[in-house]
Design a protein around this ligand. Structure first.
Ligand SMILES: Cc1ncc(COP(=O)(O)O)c(C=O)c1O
Length: 345
Protein backbone atom coordinates (compact mmCIF):
# COMPACT_ATOMS: atom_id res chain seq x y z
CA UNK A 1 0.00 0.00 0.00
CA UNK A 2 1.30 3.48 -0.89
CA UNK A 3 0.32 5.88 1.89
CA UNK A 4 0.32 9.54 0.82
CA UNK A 5 -2.40 10.77 3.19
CA UNK A 6 -0.03 12.80 5.30
CA UNK A 7 3.58 13.12 6.43
CA UNK A 8 2.34 12.01 9.86
CA UNK A 9 2.07 8.36 8.74
CA UNK A 10 5.80 7.57 8.96
CA UNK A 11 6.93 4.86 11.37
CA UNK A 12 10.24 4.91 13.30
CA UNK A 13 13.25 3.45 11.50
CA UNK A 14 15.60 0.95 13.15
CA UNK A 15 18.06 3.75 13.95
CA UNK A 16 15.33 5.82 15.55
CA UNK A 17 14.16 2.80 17.57
CA UNK A 18 17.75 2.31 18.77
CA UNK A 19 17.78 5.90 20.04
CA UNK A 20 14.59 5.08 21.97
CA UNK A 21 16.06 1.92 23.49
CA UNK A 22 19.15 3.81 24.64
CA UNK A 23 17.28 6.84 26.00
CA UNK A 24 18.03 7.97 29.55
CA UNK A 25 14.76 8.84 31.24
CA UNK A 26 13.47 10.55 34.39
CA UNK A 27 10.15 12.09 35.33
CA UNK A 28 9.43 15.14 33.19
CA UNK A 29 6.62 16.38 35.43
CA UNK A 30 9.31 16.72 38.12
CA UNK A 31 11.48 18.27 35.38
CA UNK A 32 14.26 15.68 35.60
CA UNK A 33 14.00 13.64 32.42
CA UNK A 34 17.46 14.22 30.87
CA UNK A 35 16.39 13.39 27.31
CA UNK A 36 13.42 15.77 27.41
CA UNK A 37 15.71 18.47 28.83
CA UNK A 38 18.21 17.81 26.03
CA UNK A 39 15.48 17.95 23.36
CA UNK A 40 14.08 21.20 24.76
CA UNK A 41 17.52 22.84 24.93
CA UNK A 42 18.47 21.59 21.47
CA UNK A 43 15.24 22.94 19.93
CA UNK A 44 15.40 26.28 21.74
CA UNK A 45 18.94 26.70 20.47
CA UNK A 46 18.00 25.69 16.90
CA UNK A 47 15.25 28.31 16.89
CA UNK A 48 17.23 30.97 18.75
CA UNK A 49 14.74 31.16 21.62
CA UNK A 50 15.40 31.17 25.36
CA UNK A 51 13.31 28.11 26.15
CA UNK A 52 11.25 25.27 24.72
CA UNK A 53 8.51 23.00 26.05
CA UNK A 54 7.94 19.43 24.86
CA UNK A 55 4.24 18.67 24.36
CA UNK A 56 2.30 15.70 22.95
CA UNK A 57 0.94 17.39 19.80
CA UNK A 58 1.03 20.39 17.49
CA UNK A 59 -2.50 21.20 18.50
CA UNK A 60 -1.58 21.41 22.19
CA UNK A 61 1.45 23.52 21.37
CA UNK A 62 -0.62 26.03 19.36
CA UNK A 63 -3.31 26.15 22.02
CA UNK A 64 -0.82 26.74 24.81
CA UNK A 65 0.65 29.58 22.72
CA UNK A 66 -2.78 31.17 22.47
CA UNK A 67 -3.56 30.61 26.15
CA UNK A 68 -0.36 32.30 27.36
CA UNK A 69 -0.63 35.33 25.06
CA UNK A 70 -4.28 36.28 25.40
CA UNK A 71 -6.93 37.07 28.00
CA UNK A 72 -10.57 35.97 27.80
CA UNK A 73 -12.60 37.95 25.21
CA UNK A 74 -9.47 39.02 23.32
CA UNK A 75 -9.33 38.56 19.55
CA UNK A 76 -6.80 36.53 17.54
CA UNK A 77 -6.14 37.32 13.87
CA UNK A 78 -5.52 34.29 11.72
CA UNK A 79 -5.70 33.14 8.10
CA UNK A 80 -9.10 31.54 7.47
CA UNK A 81 -7.48 28.26 6.39
CA UNK A 82 -4.99 28.07 9.25
CA UNK A 83 -4.83 24.80 11.17
CA UNK A 84 -5.36 26.72 14.41
CA UNK A 85 -8.71 28.00 13.16
CA UNK A 86 -9.86 25.27 10.78
CA UNK A 87 -8.75 22.02 12.40
CA UNK A 88 -8.41 22.49 16.14
CA UNK A 89 -12.02 21.85 17.18
CA UNK A 90 -12.68 25.46 18.27
CA UNK A 91 -10.10 25.04 21.04
CA UNK A 92 -9.23 28.79 21.16
CA UNK A 93 -12.85 29.46 22.20
CA UNK A 94 -13.09 26.48 24.54
CA UNK A 95 -9.69 26.76 26.23
CA UNK A 96 -8.78 30.44 26.12
CA UNK A 97 -12.21 32.04 25.67
CA UNK A 98 -10.96 34.13 22.74
CA UNK A 99 -12.64 35.15 19.52
CA UNK A 100 -10.94 34.33 16.23
CA UNK A 101 -10.75 36.87 13.41
CA UNK A 102 -10.24 34.74 10.27
CA UNK A 103 -8.95 36.58 7.19
CA UNK A 104 -9.33 34.90 3.79
CA UNK A 105 -6.00 34.72 1.92
CA UNK A 106 -4.52 33.26 -1.25
CA UNK A 107 -1.54 31.42 0.22
CA UNK A 108 -1.57 32.11 3.96
CA UNK A 109 -0.08 35.59 3.45
CA UNK A 110 -2.49 38.15 4.92
CA UNK A 111 -2.14 41.32 2.78
CA UNK A 112 -0.66 44.05 4.98
CA UNK A 113 -3.59 46.37 4.42
CA UNK A 114 -6.11 43.66 5.37
CA UNK A 115 -4.00 42.96 8.42
CA UNK A 116 -3.95 46.60 9.48
CA UNK A 117 -7.71 46.83 8.94
CA UNK A 118 -8.26 43.72 11.07
CA UNK A 119 -6.55 45.19 14.12
CA UNK A 120 -9.18 46.65 16.44
CA UNK A 121 -9.07 50.22 17.64
CA UNK A 122 -9.65 50.76 21.34
CA UNK A 123 -13.39 51.06 21.75
CA UNK A 124 -15.79 49.55 24.29
CA UNK A 125 -17.68 47.85 21.45
CA UNK A 126 -14.71 45.84 20.22
CA UNK A 127 -12.62 42.98 21.51
CA UNK A 128 -8.90 43.69 22.01
CA UNK A 129 -6.61 42.31 19.32
CA UNK A 130 -4.04 40.36 21.32
CA UNK A 131 -2.36 37.92 18.95
CA UNK A 132 -1.61 37.30 15.29
CA UNK A 133 -0.83 33.77 14.06
CA UNK A 134 0.86 32.72 10.82
CA UNK A 135 1.42 29.16 9.58
CA UNK A 136 4.69 28.21 7.84
CA UNK A 137 4.57 26.13 5.67
CA UNK A 138 0.85 26.42 5.14
CA UNK A 139 -0.97 23.09 5.11
CA UNK A 140 -4.37 23.92 3.56
CA UNK A 141 -2.81 26.24 0.99
CA UNK A 142 -0.67 23.35 -0.26
CA UNK A 143 2.56 23.49 1.75
CA UNK A 144 3.23 27.06 0.62
CA UNK A 145 6.08 29.00 2.17
CA UNK A 146 5.49 32.31 3.96
CA UNK A 147 8.26 34.68 2.74
CA UNK A 148 10.64 35.91 5.44
CA UNK A 149 10.50 39.51 4.13
CA UNK A 150 6.73 39.47 4.58
CA UNK A 151 7.07 38.08 8.13
CA UNK A 152 9.46 40.94 8.96
CA UNK A 153 6.97 43.51 7.63
CA UNK A 154 4.23 41.96 9.72
CA UNK A 155 6.50 42.07 12.76
CA UNK A 156 6.72 45.87 12.46
CA UNK A 157 2.92 46.12 12.40
CA UNK A 158 2.39 43.83 15.39
CA UNK A 159 5.04 45.70 17.38
CA UNK A 160 3.49 49.08 16.58
CA UNK A 161 0.16 47.74 17.84
CA UNK A 162 1.59 45.80 20.85
CA UNK A 163 0.23 42.48 19.58
CA UNK A 164 1.90 39.11 20.22
CA UNK A 165 3.06 37.09 17.24
CA UNK A 166 2.86 33.27 17.02
CA UNK A 167 3.96 30.91 14.25
CA UNK A 168 2.47 27.48 13.72
CA UNK A 169 5.67 26.00 12.35
CA UNK A 170 4.46 22.40 12.25
CA UNK A 171 6.36 22.17 8.94
CA UNK A 172 8.88 24.97 9.45
CA UNK A 173 11.59 22.44 8.57
CA UNK A 174 10.16 22.17 5.05
CA UNK A 175 10.33 25.95 4.60
CA UNK A 176 13.97 25.87 5.77
CA UNK A 177 14.89 22.98 3.46
CA UNK A 178 13.23 24.65 0.46
CA UNK A 179 14.69 28.15 0.92
CA UNK A 180 17.97 27.58 2.75
CA UNK A 181 16.80 30.08 5.39
CA UNK A 182 17.72 28.87 8.89
CA UNK A 183 15.12 27.96 11.55
CA UNK A 184 16.58 30.82 13.65
CA UNK A 185 15.98 33.44 10.96
CA UNK A 186 12.40 32.27 10.44
CA UNK A 187 11.72 32.13 14.18
CA UNK A 188 13.31 35.46 15.14
CA UNK A 189 10.30 37.78 14.54
CA UNK A 190 7.89 35.62 16.57
CA UNK A 191 7.21 35.70 20.30
CA UNK A 192 6.38 32.00 20.15
CA UNK A 193 6.86 29.36 17.51
CA UNK A 194 5.58 25.80 17.56
CA UNK A 195 7.38 23.04 15.67
CA UNK A 196 6.39 19.39 15.11
CA UNK A 197 8.61 16.34 15.16
CA UNK A 198 5.92 13.89 14.08
CA UNK A 199 5.33 15.27 10.58
CA UNK A 200 8.03 15.72 7.99
CA UNK A 201 10.79 14.65 10.38
CA UNK A 202 9.30 11.22 11.01
CA UNK A 203 9.29 10.96 14.82
CA UNK A 204 6.28 9.06 16.18
CA UNK A 205 5.00 11.83 18.46
CA UNK A 206 5.70 15.27 19.88
CA UNK A 207 5.92 19.01 19.26
CA UNK A 208 7.73 21.87 20.93
CA UNK A 209 6.63 25.37 21.80
CA UNK A 210 9.51 27.84 21.99
CA UNK A 211 9.74 31.42 23.22
CA UNK A 212 11.02 33.49 26.13
CA UNK A 213 11.70 31.85 29.53
CA UNK A 214 8.79 33.77 30.98
CA UNK A 215 6.28 32.58 28.34
CA UNK A 216 7.48 28.98 28.42
CA UNK A 217 7.29 28.85 32.23
CA UNK A 218 3.66 29.91 31.93
CA UNK A 219 3.21 27.41 29.08
CA UNK A 220 4.44 24.60 31.32
CA UNK A 221 1.65 25.40 33.76
CA UNK A 222 -0.94 25.36 30.96
CA UNK A 223 0.45 22.06 29.68
CA UNK A 224 -0.19 20.54 33.10
CA UNK A 225 -3.70 21.98 33.13
CA UNK A 226 -4.43 20.40 29.74
CA UNK A 227 -3.15 17.00 30.86
CA UNK A 228 -0.02 17.22 28.74
CA UNK A 229 2.50 16.61 31.54
CA UNK A 230 4.24 13.35 30.62
CA UNK A 231 6.40 11.23 32.92
CA UNK A 232 9.18 9.11 31.32
CA UNK A 233 8.76 11.12 28.14
CA UNK A 234 12.46 10.72 27.29
CA UNK A 235 11.40 7.51 25.52
CA UNK A 236 9.64 9.52 22.82
CA UNK A 237 11.82 12.63 23.13
CA UNK A 238 14.79 10.47 22.05
CA UNK A 239 13.07 9.79 18.74
CA UNK A 240 12.47 13.52 18.37
CA UNK A 241 16.13 14.32 18.98
CA UNK A 242 17.13 11.68 16.46
CA UNK A 243 14.71 13.19 13.93
CA UNK A 244 16.02 16.74 14.44
CA UNK A 245 19.65 15.66 14.15
CA UNK A 246 19.27 13.39 11.15
CA UNK A 247 16.15 14.04 9.13
CA UNK A 248 16.00 17.76 8.30
CA UNK A 249 18.44 17.14 5.45
CA UNK A 250 16.15 14.52 3.91
CA UNK A 251 13.29 16.94 3.25
CA UNK A 252 14.58 18.27 -0.05
CA UNK A 253 14.01 14.81 -1.50
CA UNK A 254 10.33 14.94 -0.46
CA UNK A 255 10.01 18.32 -2.21
CA UNK A 256 11.56 16.98 -5.41
CA UNK A 257 9.23 13.98 -5.32
CA UNK A 258 6.18 16.19 -4.82
CA UNK A 259 7.23 18.37 -7.79
CA UNK A 260 7.84 15.36 -10.07
CA UNK A 261 4.48 13.90 -9.05
CA UNK A 262 2.71 17.23 -9.69
CA UNK A 263 4.34 17.63 -13.12
CA UNK A 264 3.20 14.15 -14.14
CA UNK A 265 -0.36 14.84 -13.01
CA UNK A 266 -0.51 18.45 -14.17
CA UNK A 267 -1.64 17.83 -17.74
CA UNK A 268 -4.10 15.03 -16.97
CA UNK A 269 -7.65 15.29 -18.12
CA UNK A 270 -10.15 15.47 -15.26
CA UNK A 271 -7.63 17.00 -12.86
CA UNK A 272 -6.81 20.63 -12.11
CA UNK A 273 -3.53 21.28 -10.37
CA UNK A 274 -1.80 24.59 -9.67
CA UNK A 275 1.81 23.62 -10.13
CA UNK A 276 3.07 26.97 -8.79
CA UNK A 277 1.75 26.05 -5.38
CA UNK A 278 3.93 22.97 -5.08
CA UNK A 279 6.75 24.53 -3.09
CA UNK A 280 7.38 21.75 -0.56
CA UNK A 281 6.04 18.21 0.13
CA UNK A 282 2.27 18.75 -0.27
CA UNK A 283 0.26 18.53 -3.50
CA UNK A 284 -3.40 19.50 -3.78
CA UNK A 285 -5.46 18.82 -6.90
CA UNK A 286 -9.09 19.16 -7.84
CA UNK A 287 -11.16 16.46 -9.53
CA UNK A 288 -13.53 17.12 -12.39
CA UNK A 289 -17.09 17.71 -11.16
CA UNK A 290 -18.23 14.46 -12.86
CA UNK A 291 -16.24 12.53 -10.24
CA UNK A 292 -17.43 11.83 -6.69
CA UNK A 293 -14.51 12.69 -4.39
CA UNK A 294 -15.35 10.13 -1.67
CA UNK A 295 -15.68 7.39 -4.25
CA UNK A 296 -12.37 8.48 -5.76
CA UNK A 297 -10.65 8.05 -2.39
CA UNK A 298 -12.26 4.60 -1.93
CA UNK A 299 -11.32 3.36 -5.41
CA UNK A 300 -7.72 4.57 -5.07
CA UNK A 301 -7.53 2.63 -1.79
CA UNK A 302 -8.76 -0.55 -3.50
CA UNK A 303 -5.93 -0.15 -6.01
CA UNK A 304 -3.31 0.34 -3.27
CA UNK A 305 -3.08 4.11 -2.85
CA UNK A 306 -4.12 6.02 0.25
CA UNK A 307 -4.76 9.74 -0.20
CA UNK A 308 -7.16 12.26 1.32
CA UNK A 309 -10.31 13.71 -0.20
CA UNK A 310 -10.85 16.94 1.74
CA UNK A 311 -14.30 17.86 0.42
CA UNK A 312 -15.33 19.95 -2.57
CA UNK A 313 -13.50 17.48 -4.88
CA UNK A 314 -10.18 18.65 -3.49
CA UNK A 315 -7.58 15.90 -2.92
CA UNK A 316 -4.34 16.04 -0.94
CA UNK A 317 -1.19 14.01 -1.38
CA UNK A 318 1.84 14.40 0.90
CA UNK A 319 5.36 13.09 0.36
CA UNK A 320 7.39 11.91 3.33
CA UNK A 321 10.52 9.97 4.05
CA UNK A 322 8.85 6.59 3.73
CA UNK A 323 7.35 7.42 0.33
CA UNK A 324 10.36 7.69 -1.97
CA UNK A 325 10.55 8.30 -5.72
CA UNK A 326 9.56 4.68 -6.47
CA UNK A 327 5.94 5.44 -5.49
CA UNK A 328 5.50 8.43 -7.82
CA UNK A 329 4.65 6.66 -11.07
CA UNK A 330 2.40 3.96 -9.55
CA UNK A 331 0.50 6.66 -7.62
CA UNK A 332 0.05 8.84 -10.73
CA UNK A 333 -1.17 5.84 -12.74
CA UNK A 334 -3.71 4.82 -10.08
CA UNK A 335 -5.05 8.39 -9.87
CA UNK A 336 -5.42 8.71 -13.65
CA UNK A 337 -7.07 5.27 -13.98
CA UNK A 338 -9.53 5.83 -11.16
CA UNK A 339 -10.43 9.34 -12.39
CA UNK A 340 -11.05 8.01 -15.89
CA UNK A 341 -13.21 5.11 -14.68
CA UNK A 342 -15.28 7.24 -12.32
CA UNK A 343 -15.89 9.95 -14.91
CA UNK A 344 -17.64 7.38 -17.12
CA UNK A 345 -20.14 6.24 -14.49
C1 LIG B 1 0.01 23.17 10.15
C2 LIG B 1 -0.38 22.24 11.26
N1 LIG B 1 -0.40 22.70 12.51
C3 LIG B 1 -0.73 21.92 13.55
C4 LIG B 1 -1.04 20.59 13.35
C5 LIG B 1 -1.47 19.78 14.54
O1 LIG B 1 -0.57 18.78 14.86
P1 LIG B 1 -1.06 17.51 15.72
O2 LIG B 1 -1.72 16.59 14.76
O3 LIG B 1 0.24 16.98 16.27
O4 LIG B 1 -1.97 18.00 16.77
C6 LIG B 1 -1.03 20.06 12.06
C7 LIG B 1 -1.39 18.65 11.83
O5 LIG B 1 -1.40 18.14 10.74
C8 LIG B 1 -0.70 20.91 10.98
O6 LIG B 1 -0.69 20.48 9.71
Amino acid sequence: MIDLRSDTVTVPTKEMLNSIINAKVGDDVFGDDPTVIELQEYTADLLGKEAALYVPSGTMSNQIAIAIQTKRADEVIVDADAHIYYYEAAAPAAISGVQMRPVKTERGVIPLNDLKNSIRVIDDHFPRTALLCLENTHNRHGGTIIPLDYIKQVKKIVDENKISFHCDGARLWNACAATGISPKEYAEPFNTISVCLSKALGAPVGSLLTGSKELITEGRRKRKMLGGGMRQAGIIAAAGLYALRNNINLLKRDHENAKTFAKLLFESELITLDINRVETNIVYFKLDSKINGMQFEEECKKKGLLLLHLGNNSVRVVFHYQADESVILPAVNIIKDVAKNLSKR
